[in-house]
Design a protein around this ligand. Structure first.
Ligand SMILES: *Cc1c(COP(=O)(O)O)cnc(C)c1O
Length: 326
């Protein structure tokens, strides 16, 4: 594949689809009758939590890992991650028989650390932020010859996440707009490419955490900017975009039409809506698309919309307190 984001095309998405098809099924697209009624629109949810590890990250990781050379597979892989990417790598390492070392920050919830170990990965807890974990990966690469599998800033990872767009076009060709949780931007880059290269009039709405969106600040600055991390229900949206970002910053800039920022109460509201109305368990990051729609209901009137529900890795006590507060 190309090293130049300008050259990432629909062809790479179709290649990714073919490469990963033995490892995963198409995720369901469900109509949300409650949201459709509430927003006076046709609203569908893309159920990415039905993937093996409970999140879409399996797509990009699988596309990248299956494309490694035999030598690279033998030496092993490493990654830094706030959780779901690490889970995907750990799961795939088990399935494909590859050694995986996962570097994470001490902010990652314990439940996620336990799952990583259970899947058979080596876990290294290092530093306060995703950037510290990234540095450790770099060291493993240089000193031990492991291949780094980045969580978002990689053409194979982006193309893997972009297979969601191919499924959306098959299942909902009348789509007017997609709503995508945004952190490092691998998901948005892939889906944005997939939909806009088919029809540039399809709207791409991104959602990030208010006060903790590195992508928002980086777009404003025109270069990667770090933001402090914070405690949030949407922990899967934390993290920087990487100081050496090459792909997702330009691709998000190219394909994103609008960025909505949501606060903690709005994230909780989105999770609660999915739980109580649709009986869907979504983690905070995954519910942000719903939060954004509930916040600005009039903006989507009459449209056909797909909201990407990105994952369901949330601790039971978080769900319990959401319900009791609501
Ligand atoms: C990784 C992740 C995101 C954001 O994806 P990016 O490619 O980093 O923008 C959103 N939701 C969940 C559940 C995730 O794990």
């Amino acid at each position: 594949m190309t090293n130049n984001s300008e050259q990432l095309t629909l062809r790479h998405l179709f290649e990714a689809k073919r490469r990963i098809q033995s490892l995963m099924k198409k995720s369901p697209l469900k109509k949300s009758h409650h949201l459709s009624e509430r927003l006076d629109a046709n609203v569908y949810v893309k159920m990415e939590m039905t993937n093996e590890i409970g999140a879409f990250k399996l797509r990009g990781a699988a596309n990248k890992m299956l494309a490694l050379t035999e030598m690279e597979k033998k030496r092993g892989i490493t990654t830094f991650s706030t959780g779901n990417h690490g889970l995907a790598i750990a799961f795939l390492a088990g399935v494909l028989g590859i050694r995986a070392v996962i570097c994470i920050s001490n902010r990652v919830p314990n439940a996620k650390v336990d799952s990583l170990k259970r899947l058979g990965a080596e876990v290294k807890v290092i530093g306060e932020s995703q950037d510290d974990a990234e540095n450790e990966c770099q060291r493993l690469k240089e000193q031990e010859g492991l291949t780094v599998i980045p969580p978002f800033d990689d053409p194979y990872v982006i193309a893997g996440q972009g297979t969601i767009a191919l499924e959306l076009m098959e299942d909902l060709p009348s789509i007017d707009q997609v709503v995508i949780p945004l952190s490092g931007g691998g998901l948005l880059s892939g889906i944005g490419l997939g939909l806009k290269e088919v029809d540039p009039s399809i709207g791409v709405k991104a959602v990030s955490i208010e006060g903790a969106s590195a992508m928002e600040k980086s777009l404003q600055a025109g270069k990667p900017v770090a933001v402090p991390e914070k405690t949030t229900l949407a922990d899967s949206l934390l993290g920087g975009i990487g100081q050496t970002n090459r792909y997702t910053l330009p691709l998000v800039k190219k394909y994103m039409d609008e960025l909505v920022l949501v606060n903690e109460e709005e994230i909780a509201e989105g999770m609660r809506f999915l739980l109580t109305k649709e009986k869907i368990i979504a983690e905070g990051a995954a519910a942000t698309g719903i939060s954004a729609l509930l916040k600005d209901a009039d903006s989507v009137k009459g449209q056909t919309i797909a909201v990407i529900l990105t994952g369901n890795n949330v601790a039971p006590d978080v769900l319990a307190s959401l319900l009791s507060e609501g």
